[in-house]
Write a protein that binds this ligand. Structure first.
Ligand SMILES: Cc1cc2nc3c(=O)[nH]c(=O)nc-3n(C[C@H](O)[C@H](O)[C@H](O)COP(=O)(O)OP(=O)(O)OC[C@H]3O[C@@H](n4cnc5c(N)ncnc54)[C@H](O)[C@@H]3O)c2cc1C
Length: 511
């Protein structure tokens, strides 16, 4: 039984379905699964790339002793927060176990610290940061509980006594503790929602991060989930298909693709990334309402870049997982090197990778691979002054912020926004629904965020197609939205007592 209602005659040549799911990443696949679980099988999944997985994306790199390439993950790499016996479990961890995806505990205590003179032990700064962090998270709790004004993580850190200033070693430690996870510097991150995000994953599930090394790719588990309701070569999964337009009305949604094909549906579930939405990579007709656009442009899309290199030898300590480098001049300049040539990872692979985010990501995206390679080698030569560092035999990095199917890596909450504004990012616009990592208030930036949001949107749309309401807690049907977002200061408080002597509203007198 379908409630298909797209009656517009212009669309009569389009392929018809009840629900069109835009994107075959984690959110898209779990949305489809939620529909299938409620016996809604009349759906189509439209995906830009040649396989499902989205930002869980791998590629071949370098070669093993038999001349075959290794598989490395360009995007998501860790299961972040696993679970405890009897406690809640991260669904990604459940599936990774179910589909036997190879992974290894990432030991964040296995770290050596470096600066431009070589190995220098400044690991005590890690303890200093963590001491301040314990205070900062208390402050975030007070702000949330009492509906107080949010502040930047930078302000929170300073109030907790962490002031790295121009100490580049402290800056490197801070990058390791903050930017590496959120892909934004503390100045640009909300204290409250940065801390809640961390707590919900690492305190609720567990503080472990397991690194996936499966040579079939991390997305193996998602393919496993897909195979429970999609047949091999299922005609409902349209791969290599690029959506260009989404037109919607009170009767239905019509999606047009770059190959000229079109689909008309009763409902659409759009799981495109915040970067895709922000960059107008698809055209909504009519334009999205201003409350929606405000939310889309308030939240931030970060960029996180892993730079892979393979050498003909492992010249670093193969038993250490992380090498933290403090540049003498530039914060975030090739700060964290990770060894894959380590027991339980890709032993003897001689593969090392270094991660940069945000400004450094954009900088290296706009220069050649060879320029980046020479910068990285110069850093390695500072870190290991007594070793002859060979040229890499393979070198590669993705340019996430330029990829038209994602335009960035994952989202982050800016300073001073609200849960209401975020709810507007989640809320449907008529028959167009939204889901993905970015719509998760609890787990934004993580695979589990995409998973929970995909499931909820699937259940809601199933509810609208007349199925029983599965999510009593969240409610079924349309999402709540906030047409008006209130500030924190009432207009009458803009007065002389508060240092506001004159009105900022000028009548400049145009006739
Ligand atoms: C570099 C990097 C590192 C990360 N590390 C981790 C990690 O270690 N652990 C973790 O939990 N999370 C990590 N993440 C985040 C995680 O990958 C995401 O949260 C998650 O994959 C998002 O899933 P999604 O379904 O919301 O979006 P996506 O995976 O982006 O899915 C959306 C889909 O829509 C498709 N699409 C977009 N535009 C179009 C179009 N016009 N037409 C058709 N299809 C289109 C895309 O191809 C994509 O498949 C990382 C992400 C990146 C990029």
């Amino acid at each position: 039984s379908t409630t298909f209602t797209a009656r517009d005659s212009n669309y009569s040549n389009c392929r018809k379905t009840s629900v069109v799911i835009l994107g075959g990443g984690v959110a898209g696949i779990t949305a489809a699964q939620a529909l299938a679980n409620q016996s809604i099988t009349d759906f189509l999944i439209v995906e830009y790339n040649g396989e499902i997985g989205g930002r869980m994306k791998h590629t071949n790199f370098g070669k093993n002793p038999n001349g075959k390439p290794y598989v490395v993950e360009l995007g998501a790499n860790w299961v972040q927060g696993l679970g405890t016996d009897g406690g809640p479990e991260n669904p990604i961890w459940t599936f990774v176990k179910k589909y036997n995806v190879s992974n290894t505990y990432s030991n964040y205590s296995s770290i050596q610290t470096y600066d431009e003179t070589g190995y220098t032990d400044y690991s005590s700064l890690l303890d200093d940061y963590e001491e301040a962090y314990a205070k900062l998270e208390q402050n975030a709790g007070v702000i949330l509980t009492n509906n107080l004004q949010d502040m930047s993580t930078r302000a929170g850190e300073s109030l907790a006594g962490w002031k790295p200033k121009k100490d580049m070693k402290a800056q490197a430690v801070e990058w390791w503790e903050w930017d590496w996870e959120t892909s934004y510097p503390p100045e640009q991150s909300s204290l409250v929602f940065g801390i809640t995000g961390y707590n919900l994953t690492f305190y609720q599930f567990s503080d472990e991060n397991n690194f996936v090394t499966d040579q079939r790719g991390f997305n193996t588990w998602l393919k496993g989930v897909g195979s429970t309701f999609l047949k091999p070569n299922d005609k409902r999964l349209l791969l290599n298909t690029i959506v260009t337009d989404i037109s919607y009305s009170k009767n239905g949604v019509t999606v047009t693709n770059s190959d000229g094909s079109c689909i008309s549906a009763a409902y659409a579930i759009c799981t495109f990334s915040l970067g895709v939405l922000q960059n107008d990579a698809v055209t909504f007709k009519p334009e999205l309402p201003s409350w929606k656009q405000t939310a889309i442009h308030t939240f931030q899309m970060g960029t996180y870049t892993k730079i892979f290199m393979q050498f003909n030898e492992t010249f670093w300590d193969p038993n250490t997982q992380f090498f933290l480098y403090a540049s003498p001049t530039t914060r975030g300049y090739y700060p964290v090197f990770q060894s894959l040539s380590t027991p339980d990872f890709l032993p003897n692979s001689n593969i090392l990778f270094v991660t940069v985010v945000e400004e450094e990501s954009y900088r290296i995206e706009s220069q050649s691979d060879s320029q980046t390679q020479s910068e990285v080698l110069a850093v390695l030569r500072q870190m290991f002054p007594n070793t002859t560092i060979p040229e890499p035999t393979a070198f590669m990095y993705p340019r996430w912020s330029l990829e038209p199917w994602v335009y960035g890596s994952y989202s982050n909450w800016p300073v001073g926004t609200t849960l209401e504004n975020h709810q507007n990012l989640r809320a449907n616009v008529g028959r167009v629904h939204f889901a993905g990592e970015h719509t998760s208030a609890e787990y934004f930036g993580f695979l589990q965020g995409a998973w929970f949001e995909g499931q909820e949107v699937g259940e809601r749309v199933a509810g609208m197609l007349g199925r029983e309401c599965r999510s009593k807690e969240t409610g079924c049907g349309e999402y709540r939205r906030y047409e008006v977002l209130h500030g924190t200061t009432r207009l009458e408080e803009y007065n002389a007592v508060n240092g506001w002597r004159v009105s900022s509203f000028y009548d400049i007198g145009f006739e």
